[in-house]
Design a protein around this ligand. Structure first.
Ligand code: SF4
Ligand code: FES
Length: 318
């Protein structure tokens, strides 16, 4: 099968400009995209740089954008990506500084961010220093996240990273989840762990676009994991962040009156003692008043008690 590879090139030792090289490759029908890249390097161009290690879809090393979609080259069959055109476009994964051709900076992309999560367990004193049996029901989800390849495909789909590369990203948050949900970190250790995940550029910077969920080859639903950590933060009573105050105000309002008190929501989100933040709301309030859009009196609605019960039931079932 004759295929055309169009591969991104960039060589910092040679000006560092991005360009493309085109190669004709003859491959068997069941070849993978990685097979083709290796053949190019072996037979046509030994300067081509790309990463791969396990060649079986386990290590996550070979992530590349193939025809605009980030995938593993070692598990992607050429037959699957040449259905519409015999050309295979290979680009480096987005949002990451490229070192050479398809090789990107794994330190800045993944390892520095994983390290920021302090990826080691600090069990509460009652669990140390002996072996501890942990109920399977509490470890099942945690164990799943331990199978993360740390490939960064979830970060590749993240909506925040293109505008703020310092955001820790869903991949690092999945690592954080692994420790937040571990039942052996309790009490003060749990508090310390929450401080790690909600550090600046961490937990609260996710914009819940849920894009990362569709990118993970392990089906770990990284965006949902971030939301689950936030649920823990709310349960732990963490209210110093705007997002947490917004959430708490929303829930309290609906529980008390059966519907949303928008005036209170705006003020409580800023923080009732945050004078500067409250002053910033004034122009919006004046505009709303002038246009007759200022919410009126907020009274308890009929059925509010049932709504409160539904909310409490949903909270209990988490
Ligand atoms: S959560 Fe999934 S996509 Fe993200 S790094 Fe882990 S395996 Fe890769
Ligand atoms: S080389 Fe390991 S996942 Fe592709």
């Amino acid at each position: 099968m004759e295929v055309t590879y169009k591969v991104h090139r960039k060589d910092p030792e040679n000006g560092g400009e991005s360009s493309y090289s085109t190669y004709q490759v003859d491959l068997p029908e069941d070849a993978t995209v990685l097979d083709g890249l290796q053949k190019i390097r072996d037979e046509q161009d030994d300067s081509l740089a790309f990463r791969a290690s396990c060649c079986q879809g386990y290590c996550g090393e070979c992530a590349v954008r193939i025809n605009y979609k980030a995938q593993f080259t070692c598990t992607t069959k050429i037959a699957a990506v040449t259905k519409k055109s015999p050309e295979i476009l290979c680009d480096p994964v987005r949002n990451i500084p490229v070192i050479k051709d398809l090789v990107f900076d794994m330190d800045r992309f993944t390892w520095d961010k994983m390290a920021a999560m302090k990826p080691w367990m600090e069990p509460d004193d009652e669990f140390a220093p002996t072996e501890n049996l942990v109920p399977e029901s509490e470890m099942a989800e945690v164990r799943k996240t331990m199978s993360c390849y740390q490939c960064g495909l979830c970060d590749e789909g993240c909506a925040v990273l293109p505008v703020d590369f310092d955001f820790l990203g869903p991949g690092a948050m999945v690592k954080g989840y692994r420790f937040v949900m571990d039942p052996r970190e309790t009490g003060a250790k749990m508090e310390a762990r929450m401080k790690v995940v909600e550090q600046p550029k961490g937990l609260w910077d996710c914009v819940h676009c849920y894009e990362a969920n569709g990118k993970c080859p392990r089906g770990l639903a990284p965006s949902s994991k971030i939301m689950e950590i936030r649920d823990v933060a709310f349960k732990e009573g963490i209210t110093h962040e705007k997002v947490a105050r917004h959430h708490a105000s929303f829930i309290n309002s609906v529980k008390q009156t059966g519907w949303l008190d928008e005036r209170k929501l705006a003020m409580e989100t800023e923080g009732l003692t945050n004078v500067t933040g409250l002053m910033k709301l004034l122009p919006t309030a004046v505009r709303a008043l002038r246009r007759g859009k200022m919410p009126g009196r907020h009274e308890k609605r009929p059925g509010a008690d049932q709504i409160k019960r539904i909310l409490e039931k949903a909270e209990d079932s988490k």
